[in-house]
Design a protein around this ligand. Structure first.
Ligand code: FAD
Length: 562
């Protein structure tokens, strides 16, 4: 068995930032990742990363904090949001010193900042429309420089605990050799990214299947605020590919079929740069009321001109040409709201530590601190990944320094995983995972979307329950040992089903409208009864809900308008 002081699962922004922080704190840390690190979904992030540098106009961390609290529709934890915004400039400069090439102001040479949705000031630092890719590669070079051991293309299947319920390592399936391996550790940091693939279409990579959430849930660790799934206002109809908010930040308009700039009606002050939940609802309403075109509205960039589009949004132009057959220099792009970002995740504190399991930490999109509450602001998630990635890395190192005894990894840690996989491979009749996955994603899209209602959510719950039952007889056709993606997708589908159940169950219970959770049968925010986080547990396969308090510092809830 291999052992390390800290094992970090996931090598996107959050995982690599955590590993770098733990390494710098002097502990032996390793990364385990099902993808090569630079294939992580962070690399698809386009628009940018927020920090109140004040390079374009005056700005402050207080402004950033307030915008985030308001964007979250007041159930983000205000102490955590203060930490996020205060550390933001330091992390940007740190990334820059490590070599991240941000776009610059022409005259001063300072880091340029673009306006983004829900933000009172231009605060989003960017590298053209390839920000995530630039930061991901930067962190990878630091990991290589530090020689951090990395188990690439190892799919982590389970979290390992000792007899006292402490996290002491993980079990992983080595995808190249088809073997099952145990890695012991004094602390485990989960950083496996989002669960956007519960839906289709989705802006998320195929690998964004919420694995850490599923593993934690099965070990009794609660997930927080699972009902809040963000729909991004501008995704391409053909395949859900994202068109960055930066397109509206640069001045793009949204038009309906009559050529009206409809956001004047829904958000008269911020228009297209209102918060994402507000813009997505406006688009959905226009489309439902018959003012869309083929289920879409139009994103018009023509007035920005060729030069600006080519300089600031080159990737968006390529994507629009490839997947919508539209060159935004000459015609508007048809777009619609699409599943994009999951606000919920493994319940952790402001250091990324899971209060229900000593030794377990989580960071990035798989975690819920919570800084995004009911609705995340664009540009705050790359930021969360680096800030709370770093903090989880630091905290896990400190934990290891306090708990220096060797981890008590049970000798049969991998046996249950081994048996589960052997059983799966032995079955030669049954339903294929792809059928279940597609049906699940369709029902979530149709019934747990931008607008929700009790009866329709009830139908979704019944389908999800039935799909979980049918999954008991799933068959893996590929019996091979090398790169058995059929097997990997089956394990992922198991996680997706559990997470979908938490999302639907939490959404049924929350009888109010807040942020991304918008109920047509309970249209108002209800602070008296619902100013609280949802916690989901899995008891004998059934989702059970509990609630926890929202941390308030100095921001009183207000009516949220843009
Ligand atoms: C198209 C797109 C554009 C975006 N644009 C922006 C933007 O401009 N600004 C912004 O702030 N946010 C943006 N976001 C959101 C942001 O990119 C993500 O929330 C963030 O990058 C998540 O980082 P992460 O490190 O948590 O996860 P990821 O980058 O998704 O990394 C997950 C890692 O976990 C590993 N992993 C997963 N499961 C397992 C397993 N079972 N075993 C082993 N390893 C595993 C993967 O291999 C991968 O290395 C965007 C998201 C998308 C989808």
């Amino acid at each position: 068995m291999r052992t390390h002081d800290v094992v970090v699962v996931g090598a996107g922004l959050a995982g690599m930032r955590a590993a770098i922080a733990a390494h710098e704190a002097g502990v032996d840390v390793a990364l385990v990742t099902k993808l090569h690190p630079v294939r992580s979904h962070s690399g698809a992030a386009q628009g940018g990363i927020n920090a109140a540098l004040g390079n374009e106009t005056e700005d402050s961390t207080d402004n950033h904090t307030f915008d985030t609290v308001k964007g979250a529709d007041y159930i983000g934890d205000q102490d955590a949001i203060e930490i996020l915004c205060q550390r933001a400039p330091l992390e940007i400069y740190q990334l820059e010193h490590w070599g991240a090439v941000f776009s610059r102001q022409e005259d001063s040479g300072k880091i340029a900042q673009r306006p983004f949705g829900g933000a009172g000031f231009p605060r989003t630092c960017y590298a053209a429309d390839l920000t995530g890719l630039v930061i991901l590669h930067t962190l990878y070079t630091v990991c290589v420089k530090y020689d951090i051991p990395t188990y690439e293309e190892w799919f982590v299947t389970d979290l390992v605990t000792d007899d006292d319920g402490n996290a002491v390592g993980v079990v992983a399936y080595d995808m190249i050799h088809g073997t099952i391996e145990t890695i012991g550790a004094k602390a485990v940091v989960m950083a496996t990214g989002g669960a956007g693939r519960v839906y289709r279409p989705s802006t998320n990579a195929h690998a964004s299947t919420g694995d850490a959430m599923g593993m934690a849930l099965r070990k009794g660790v609660p997930l927080k605020d699972m009902e809040f799934m963000q729909f991004h206002p501008t995704t391409l109809a053909a395949n859900g590919v994202l068109v960055t908010e930066g397109a509206r930040g640069e001045g793009g308009y949204l038009l309906n079929k009559d050529g009206d700039r409809f956001m004047t009606k829904y958000a008269p002050n911020k228009l297209e740069l209102a918060s994402r939940d507000v813009v997505s609802r406006a688009e959905a309403t226009e489309i439902m009321e018959g003012r869309g075109i083929d289920g879409c509205v139009m994103l018009d960039l023509r007035h920005l001109g060729r030069d600006r589009i080519m300089e600031r949004l080159p990737q968006i132009r390529e994507l629009a040409i490839a997947f919508a057959g539209t060159d935004p220099i000459v015609e508007p792009i048809p777009i619609r709201p699409g599943a994009h970002y999951h606000m919920g995740g493994v319940h952790v504190d402001n250091w990324g530590a899971a209060p229900h399991m000593p030794g377990l930490f989580a960071a990035g999109e798989c975690s819920c601190v919570s800084v995004h509450g009911a609705n995340r602001l664009g540009g705050n998630s790359l930021l969360e990944a680096v800030v709370f990635g770093a903090r989880a890395g630091e905290a896990s190192a400190a934990y290891v320094q306090e708990h220096s005894a060797a981890p008590k990894v049970p000798s049969n840690a991998a046996a249950e995983t081994q048996a589960r996989i052997e059983n799966l491979l032995a079955r030669d009749k049954g339903i294929r995972q792809s059928e279940i996955r597609d049906e699940l994603a369709d029902v979530m899209q149709e019934k747990v979307g931008v607008y929700r209602s009790g009866p329709v959510l009830g139908e979704a719950k019944r389908t999800v329950t039935e799909l979980r039952e049918r999954f008991q007889s799933v068959v893996v056709d590929d019996k091979g040992k090398t790169f058995n993606t059929d097997l990997i997708h089956t394990l992922e589908t198991g996680f997706l089903l559990d997470l979908a159940d938490c999302m639907v169950t939490g959404a049924i219970a929350r009888t109010e409208s807040r942020g991304a959770h918008s109920r047509t049968d309970f249209t108002e925010r209800d602070d008296e009864n619902w100013m609280k986080h949802t916690l989901s547990y899995l008891d004998d396969g059934e989702v059970r809900l509990d609630y926890s308090e929202v941390a308030m510092t100095k921001y009183e809830p207000q009516v949220r308008s843009y």
